[in-house]
Design a protein around this ligand. Structure first.
Ligand SMILES: [Zn+2]
Length: 70
């Protein structure tokens, strides 16, 4: 595995997306974590699915879990 932060030309800008493992879909990409979290919460409330936020690498953001009704 390549080490992080070593390549100047392959560093994606930070972006965040809401991800629902129940639907196996992700929302639109945001540069702001808060916007993605808001979408995740909206999906959780609308569909009753626990969701979370993933970053530009598709990695789940720690503490981003959204559950219905919060
Ligand atoms: Zn869903």
């Amino acid at each position: 595995m390549p080490s992080e932060g070593q390549s100047a030309d392959a560093r994606p800008a930070p972006s965040y997306r809401a991800f629902c493992p129940v639907c196996n879909t992700s929302g639109r990409r945001f540069s702001s974590y808060g916007s993605a979290e808001h979408v995740a919460q909206g999906h959780a409330d609308k569909y009753g699915h626990p969701t979370h936020v993933i970053d530009q690498y598709g990695i789940r953001v720690v503490g981003s879990d959204r559950t219905p009704g919060r």
